[in-house]
Design a protein around this ligand. Structure first.
Ligand SMILES: *Cc1c(COP(=O)(O)O)cnc(C)c1O
Length: 387
């Protein structure tokens, strides 16, 4: 499509930045598998050229960045070799020795471990909070607080933060806000429109969607992304062009996939909730979720990861998982295939005054894939009935 102009999400995903005229009218822009763009001799000494060296930028990586920036209603986005590279780069960009970060204690385990085990080495202090009440952010704030780190909904326990309220508080205090927005995808939650400064995704999950790449991306203002691009070139953490091409390919079908993941997950969540062996289903799309109203206010849809608490001990829960035929065991989600994981002791939340209530039963997280809903539920029910 030439001269494409639309701010509709589906149109952005389908066509924005595809630039047929630049690529011999190819429907799919080619992958620029190149480390270098040479400078014509007559351009020596002139203005810096757009593309020079692949550690700095790449046209295929930029296509992904353009589409995600538009979806996030951000001025720019920047792609990284993994979600963790995006997260750690954004934290390092905004924190220096003597600073303090307030982070939610139900965030992705490796993110919490980076904050406790790595940032501490550089003299960055931290406070973990549950984050489901903006007052906790206010109480945790110190004169040297520079960053609020959010993840909403959060991994494993699926707690939310009120993004608008937290962003307002942060603006009063001159604090930078960043969110891991991976669960909701850039389709269902647009944190920048609620005042959050940086929205980060692991593109390994829903954006890639086919369990074949590791990738990450951050979206923010042109000013923030300009500084982030500068450090990305030092870290050498730019996404590879082949992975960027696969991420764009995955993105093209993401709206259809997440709709189906969400439909199936809600159906299974409702049925599991009614099962006598389940004490709780943690899924923001359920009316019984304590923050369901907030979830509906700040998200326009629900994807699939959820967790269940089974009325049994850990050993019996392991047996439950071993009996499942349709769910593989693995620490990832967002792919076409169903997956379960049990929380690793390594990734337990650090202690904080506002720690989430400990699960009543054995916690199992699951990602509902694109297999048939009835097949998946029969598998889960069959294994639960045997406990
Ligand atoms: C997987 C995951 C990440 C890390 O992404 P990678 O691409 O594996 O580095 C970050 N946040 C959440 C919520 C995740 O599930």
């Amino acid at each position: 499509m030439y001269n494409f102009q639309s701010d509709n999400d589906l149109d952005i995903i389908a066509h924005l930045g595809d630039d047929y005229e630049r690529h011999n009218d190819a429907v799919i822009p080619p992958v620029y598998l190149t480390s270098l763009h040479v400078t014509p001799k007559e351009a020596i000494g002139g203005l810096p050229r757009q593309y020079v060296y692949g550690r700095v930028n790449n046209p295929t990586v930029e296509l992904l960045e353009k589409k995600i920036a538009a979806l996030e209603r951000a001025e720019r986005a920047l792609a990284f070799g993994s979600g963790m590279a995006a997260i750690t780069s954004c934290l390092l960009l905004n924190l220096a020795s003597g600073d303090h970060v307030v982070a939610v204690d139900t965030a992705y385990g490796p993110t919490r471990m980076f904050i406790t085990d790595h940032l501490g080495k550089y003299g960055v202090e931290h406070t973990f909070i549950r984050g489901d009440d903006v007052g906790q952010f206010r109480d945790a704030c110190k004169p040297n607080t520079k960053v609020f780190y959010l993840e909403s909904p959060s991994s494993m326990l699926f707690l939310l933060q009120d993004l608008k309220a937290v962003a307002e508080l942060a603006k009063e205090r001159g604090v930078v806000t960043m969110i891991d927005n991976s669960w909701a995808t850039p389709l269902y939650q647009k944190p920048l429109t609620l005042g959050i400064d940086i929205s980060i995704h692991t593109a390994t999950k829903y954006i890639g969607g086919h369990s074949d790449i590791i990738a990450g991306i951050a979206a923010a203002s042109g000013e923030i992304i300009g500084r982030l691009e500068y450090v990305r070139s030092f870290y050498g953490s730019i996404l590879g062009p082949m992975e960027a091409w696969l991420a764009v390919r995955g993105l093209r079908s993401m709206p259809l996939r997440v709709r189906e993941h969400g439909r199936s997950a809600l159906e299974i969540a409702r049925r599991l909730e009614a099962h006598p062996m389940i004490s709780m289903v943690r899924y923001p799309g359920l009316e019984s979720h304590p923050q369901h109203e907030l979830a509906k206010r700040q998200m326009t849809g629900f994807t699939s990861p959820l967790s269940i608490e089974i009325k049994c001990d850990t050993d019996a829960a392991r047996e439950f998982v071993r009996r499942l035929k349709c769910f593989n065991v693995g620490p990832s989600w967002g792919g076409f295939e169903s997956m379960v994981s049990m929380p690793s002791p390594l990734c337990q939340a650090p202690t904080s005054d506002t720690q989430p209530p400990q699960p009543q039963g054995a916690l199992v997280r699951m990602h509902i894939g694109l297999e048939d809903t009835e097949t998946l539920y029969a598998d889960l029910k069959g294994s639960l009935d045997k406990i």
